[in-house]
Design a protein around this ligand. Structure first.
Ligand SMILES: *[C@@H]1O[C@H](CO)[C@@H](O)[C@H](O)[C@H]1NC(C)=O
Ligand SMILES: *[C@@H]1O[C@H](CO)[C@@H](O)[C@H](O)[C@H]1NC(C)=O
Ligand SMILES: *[C@@H]1O[C@H](CO)[C@@H](O)[C@H](O)[C@H]1NC(C)=O
Ligand SMILES: *[C@@H]1O[C@H](CO)[C@@H](O)[C@H](O)[C@H]1NC(C)=O
Ligand SMILES: *[C@@H]1O[C@H](CO)[C@@H](O)[C@H](O)[C@H]1NC(C)=O
Ligand SMILES: *[C@@H]1O[C@H](CO)[C@@H](O)[C@H](O)[C@H]1NC(C)=O
Ligand SMILES: CC(=O)N[C@H]1CO[C@H](CO)[C@@H](O)[C@@H]1O
Length: 385
């Protein structure tokens, strides 16, 4: 509107004077305040176990600037199910990096955020176009660059099939632009390419990338605004840890000054990412493994979430339990437990509407337990489900 009236004026004045149109003022998104943070950013690196990451000098230099989570676990192998779990509250038996599509009636964190008007977006390095749905993008030399398996939300048809949502899945070129326009969303998932995330390199390379990428951003108020929480983590372990523990760091202005440089040994998993976001903004839940997950401790103190201890010795989240996305597929997409209420949070009404009929509820496998199942400790699915 404004622009077209300016163009009109320009045309009228055109003959005598050259009107220089001002650069359009960036659209500033409305901010929905959270209890502890107003912005959540997670950045995922690849395939390094806890010991190797924490021993790396550049990773250690980043760690000193935040809280190190020393009992944070990936939920299975390989990559894709971990990414899917972190936004969907389950991986539906997935034990592969295939071109899986989560049916549109399965919700993700996006449904929870949108219900409260919280803006969200993904930034995937070298994804060729916004909302791109291809399997991968090799660089001109044929090397791995962008991969769909590291792009969690595009795997959900509830995002991929709807252009208003798919348009929020962008590349780093647009990250730079949104940053310059001071127009980054409140919830962000950032995936570097296969070189920078360590997948095709190693921890030395990935930690230098992370340091070079993050340190200027932590100084930039368009990124690290007041009350910003950054989670830097890895999708899964490297090669020697059956517990699948990964090194995770909480950074940003939301981290209380007195906690910078400390460690937190609470049991967390990739499901804690959803639980923490739910607790912070008072969101509904997905009724899946998000419900039982521990909320990051310093956030839980403000939101009065109960933190529960886990039996770490018995936790082997290193192999997927069965389900429809397994390479040997079995069963149906499991029904969320629409009656779960934990820490005062209820399941999203839209999910209850889709999945809440009593016949289906008998088949749910989500109990609100803290420790998610695995191939070694599979859930019991009732007969006939
Ligand atoms: C989403 O798109 C996929 C691929 O085009 C299609 O198979 C699926 O049926 C679509 N789902 C909905 C709900 O439109
Ligand atoms: C990023 O996405 C935009 C929009 O689709 C596209 O024009 C641009 O070429 C992409 N940049 C890279 C480096 O792929
Ligand atoms: C990954 O991105 C970096 C720039 O961030 C680039 O130098 C590198 O070549 C890319 N990797 C591939 C395989 O294209
Ligand atoms: C890590 O990867 C980089 C890039 O591929 C390589 O140059 C370097 O030698 C590797 N370092 C180690 C210790 O393997
Ligand atoms: C998972 O952990 C168990 C217990 O340590 C081990 O026996 C098994 O080999 C591991 N499986 C995989 C795929 O790493
Ligand atoms: C969810 O969608 C799948 C695939 O389209 C369909 O088979 C299933 O019946 C749907 N479930 C519900 C509860 O709507
Ligand atoms: C990506 C990767 O190397 N994952 C490994 C994590 O640890 C388990 C158990 O040692 C291996 O089987 C995985 O290959």
């Amino acid at each position: 509107m404004l622009l077209s009236s300016l163009i009109c004026i320009g045309l009228i004045l055109g003959a005598e004077s050259r009107l220089i149109l001002p650069k359009p003022k960036p659209f500033k998104r409305p901010i929905v305040p959270g209890a502890v943070f107003d912005r959540f950013i997670t950045i995922w690196l690849e395939n390094i176990n806890f010991a190797s990451a924490s021993a790396d000098p550049n990773f250690a230099a980043i760690t000193k600037q935040g809280i190190q989570l020393t009992n944070y676990f990936a939920v299975t192998h390989p990559s894709e199910p971990n990414y899917v779990a972190s936004v969907g509250g389950d991986y539906f038996g997935m034990n592969n990096d295939n071109l899986n599509r989560v049916p549109a009636n399965i919700s993700s964190v996006v449904d929870l955020l949108e219900e409260k008007g919280i803006s969200w977006g993904e930034y995937q390095e070298h994804m060729p176009t916004t909302g791109f749905q291809g399997f991968e993008m090799l660089n001109p030399d044929g090397a791995n660059d962008y991969v769909r398996k590291h792009n969690p939300l595009i795997i959900f048809d509830s995002v991929a099939n709807f252009s208003s949502r798919a348009n929020q899945v962008k590349n780093f070129t647009l990250f730079e632009q949104d940053l310059a326009d001071d127009n980054l969303p409140q919830w962000m998932f950032i995936t570097p390419n296969m070189t920078n995330d360590g997948h095709d390199t190693n921890i030395s390379f990935a930690s230098i990338w992370a340091k070079d990428f993050l340190e200027p951003l932590l100084e930039n108020p368009s990124f690290n605004a007041k009350k910003t929480l950054v989670l830097l983590t890895f999708d899964e372990n490297g090669s020697t840890d059956p517990h699948n523990r990964v090194d995770s760091i909480l950074l940003g202005t939301a981290v209380p000054r007195q906690l910078v440089g400390t460690q937190d040994s609470t049991f967390y998993t990739h499901y804690s990412e959803i639980a923490t976001v739910e607790a912070n903004w008072g969101l509904h839940t997905l009724g899946r493994f998000d419900v039982g997950a521990n909320v990051f401790n310093f956030v839980a103190k403000h939101t009065h979430d109960v933190i529960r201890p886990a039996d770490l010795e018995q936790s082997f989240l290193n192999i997927s339990y069965p389900g429809p996305f397994n390479s040997a597929p079995s069963g149906k997409f499991t029904v969320p437990n629409t009656r779960l209420i934990v820490n005062g949070r209820h399941v999203l009404p839209k999910i209850v509407e889709t999945w809440g009929s009593s016949h289906l509820q008998r088949c749910t496998l989500y109990t609100g337990a803290l420790q998610p199942p695995s191939g070694l400790n599979p859930p019991t699915i009732p007969q006939g489900c």
